[in-house]
Ligand binder design. Structure first.
Ligand SMILES: Nc1ncnc2c1ncn2[C@@H]1O[C@H](COP(=O)(O)OP(=O)(O)OP(=O)(O)O)[C@@H](O)[C@H]1O
Ligand SMILES: [Mg+2]
Length: 190
């Protein structure tokens, strides 16, 4: 069951982000458009963990802060991670959020839904910057882990990989995760 948004229009998060409204509902709950009132620009807030435990929220903020170091023209810019505590339905609720760049445009999934299978030349033109983005991440010891058309957006002809929720460091566990996914893909005949 989809629970209602925890944030509403004009709520202030971390003293800096004024919520405009919801833009989507994803695996981590509602995704919000907000205005950074300090820097006067729009940002997107996305929940980090599905837990209202303040300690878990704090740990998630610390653990995912490295995403702000990822800087590439074809990857959504993560500005920071913050924790927000407020009263929701009479209960104190703490939620961690990723604060990221607002990407206009649409996902490759919605493009495909609208237009049907895309011409191969166009697909190659979209995949080239995606592979460059992955090359950048790998060079920086990171693995993306969640590649699919839903997680790539086209903004004014430019490609942006979004949804960095699955990005992990290339540790032994990271490599293991990658291998597991490759094996599952191979078994599924991908
Ligand atoms: N930075 C952004 N700028 C604009 N729109 C965004 C941004 N991040 C997410 N969205 C919108 O929210 C949707 C879901 O975002 P995302 O893929 O990050 O979350 P998710 O939890 O994986 O959701 P899903 O389970 O639907 O894939 C995207 O398809 C896109 O429409
Ligand atoms: Mg996604």
């Amino acid at each position: 069951m989809t629970s209602g948004p925890k944030l509403k229009h004009s709520d202030m998060v971390a003293g800096q982000y004024e919520v405009s409204g919801c833009i989507a509902f994803g695996g981590m709950g509602w995704i919000y458009l907000a205005k950074d009132v300090t820097l006067n620009r729009y940002v997107v807030l996305k929940g980090l963990v599905n837990s209202s435990d303040p300690n878990l929220a704090k740990a998630a903020v610390a653990e995912r802060q490295f995403l702000a170091e990822v800087k590439h023209a074809n990857i959504v810019g993560v500005y920071t991670c913050v924790s927000d505590t407020r009263q929701v339905d009479g209960k104190t609720n703490t939620q961690a959020y990723t604060v990221m760049e607002y990407v206009g445009g649409k996902t490759l999934k919605s493009l495909r839904t609208e237009r049907g299978p895309l011409p191969v030349a166009e697909v190659l033109a979209y995949m080239h910057p995606v592979l460059i983005a992955f090359g950048y991440m790998h060079a920086n010891g990171l693995i993306y882990n969640d590649f699919k058309p839903d997680n790539v957006m086209l903004e004014d002809g430019d490609i942006k990989v979004i949804d960095l929720g699955g990005v992990c460091r290339m540790t032994q566990t990271g490599r293991r995760h990658l291998l597991d996914r490759r094996l599952r893909g191979a078994r599924a005949g991908l």
